[in-house]
Every structure is written in structure tokens, then in C-alpha cells.
Design a protein around this ligand. Structure first.
Ligand code: BTN
Length: 251
């Protein structure tokens, strides 16, 4: 069993569910399965956060895949899911070219505001890693709560037709499988990381955060082959981050 990717015909479409990630975990569904829903009542976000998506049209999606345990880091998978989402959006809505960015490690931004998030949950058993790849996208809406107006937005300025939604979903599954396959081959990993770098939200920016030793400040350099974020401080020190520190700010 080297790996199991998503199977387009192993999908379940739901109107409302508590959490698509939880659904796939509990349903005893085989690897390759995926689920999409239009509403989610108890969406899980990263850390201990809930995921509340905005707007009138949205996608809640989860897929279950399997890989050998040692295969790749969850950070790399998360970055690659970001790449799958952006590639899908650009395929279906080429007019978004130049507006979308991947914010390491798990967010998609449009014109400076978050429009999609990724939550990957992993279980390890007898050398096999089972991943639940969770994706939430704010497709379109007319209103954003006051408190989120600087932070969150929609993928589109107009509603999506049923046909566009279907094409988006099928292209997303294809692009997820494509990036998972890429993760198997080192040269392809670097090529994909190069593309991710070209649309990286942090590109050209200086970041600041707090850790045990105090305030750190460093400029974005790129990613390593495991998807870790590489930064350089003003005095030339190289820093690699596995996950986003709390209070990460862009200066
Ligand atoms: C984040 O930005 O905190 C990640 C959000 C991920 C949310 C998605 S929505 C579909 C899937 N099901 C969940 O319960 N969470 C993920």
C-alpha cells in the first residue's frame, strides 16, 4: 500500500453536517473518500479554533488519503493543499490571476484578506499515515461582520453557478491528487515550492513574533523541502519555522 489518493466517484454530498473532517473520521469510510457540504455547524479550525465561514455560498470539503508514515511533513501537505486550491481557482476563474496568495502554512488570501483555510488531521497506524484534508472556502457573500472586514473576504465578487461549483469541486479533487503525487518526487517538490514561493503572501515581507527568548524579527526567504518557512534575521541568522508562531505579525 504505497499511497491512496482521492477517488472522484467516492464522494458524499451533504447539505449540512457538523464537520466534514469529523464525518470522514467517524463514518468508517475507505481512503480515497471525500465529502462536501454547503453548511457546517461545528467546523473545526486550526488549534482550538472553530471554523465559521462567511457568506451565502461556501465550500466545506474533506478528503481521506493514505501515505507511508515517513512520506512528508504535514506542513508540506498543508502548503500543497494551498497550491491545489489556488490552481483550481485560477483554472475555473482565470480573472483571479494576480489576486490570490498562499499564506504559509494553511491560508489562502485574496487581495490581502483570508478567503480559505486548511486543516489537516493525521492518524498513524502500523507505518501508514491517514490524512483528513479539510478545506473551507468562502465562495461568495454580500456581507462581512464589522469585526472581520479587514481580515476576511470572498473568493468571488459574484455568486457561483451550480455548474461552476461542480467544476470547481472536480478540479479541486484533481489538483489535490496532483499535488499529493508531486510530494512523492523530490524534483517536482522543488518545482511546486518555486511556484508557491511566487505567490507567497510573505514574499518581500519582514515578520515579527514572540518566542521564549523574546521578540524575533526576520525577513522571508522561502521554504525548505519539508515546507518549513525559512527566514533571515538582520544579523544574518537563519530561522526555520515548522508552524506559525502565535502573534505572527507582518511589518
Ligand atoms: C483554519 O483556517 O483554521 C482552518 C480551517 C479549516 C476548515 C475546514 S472546513 C472543512 C473541514 N471541516 C472542518 O471541520 N474543518 C475543515
Amino acid at each position: 500500500m504505497p499511497y491512496r489518493l482521492l477517488k472522484p466517484d467516492l464522494g458524499t454530498r451533504l447539505d449540512t453536517v457538523d464537520s466534514t473532517n469529523r464525518y470522514l473520521r467517524l463514518a468508517g469510510t475507505p481512503p480515497g473518500s471525500w465529502v462536501s457540504a454547503q453548511n457546517q455547524t461545528q467546523g473545526k479550525g486550526r488549534g482550538h479554533n472553530n471554523w465559521l465561514s462567511l457568506g451565502d455560498q461556501k465550500l466545506f470539503f474533506s478528503g481521506k488519503v493514505q501515505f507511508p508514515e515517513s512520506h512528508a511533513s504535514l506542513t508540506l501537505f498543508s502548503l500543497f493543499m494551498g497550491s491545489a486550491i489556488v490552481r483550481t481557482a485560477l483554472e475555473i476563474f482565470p480573472e483571479l490571476d494576480g489576486e490570490l496568495n498562499i499564506k504559509w502554512p494553511n491560508d489562502i488570501y485574496r487581495s490581502g484578506k483570508k478567503v480559505a483555510g486548511i486543516l489537516i488531521e493525521a492518524e498513524y497506524n502500523k507505518g501508514i499515515m491517514e490524512l483528513i484534508l479539510g478545506i473551507g472556502i468562502n465562495y461568495f457573500g454580500r456581507e462581512i461582520p464589522e469585526s472581520l472586514q479587514d481580515k476576511a473576504s470572498f473568493l468571488l465578487n459574484r455568486s457561483m453557478s451550480a455548474q461552476e461549483e461542480e467544476s470547481f469541486l472536480m478540479a479541486l479533487i484533481e489538483n489535490i491528487n496532483r499535488t499529493l503525487l508531486i510530494s512523492l518526487e523530490q524534483n517536482s517538490v522543488w518545482k511546486e515550492l518555486e511556484w508557491i514561493d511566487s505567490i507567497s503572501f510573505f514574499k518581500g515581507k519582514v515578520l515579527e513574533w514572540e518566542d521564549e527568548s523574546g521578540i524575533e524579527r526576520a525577513s522571508y526567504l522561502g521554504y525548505d523541502e519539508e515546507g518549513l518557512l525559512i527566514l533571515r534575521t538582520a544579523d544574518g541568522r537563519k530561522i526555520e519555522l515548522l508552524d506559525s508562531p502565535k502573534n505572527l505579525r507582518i511589518l
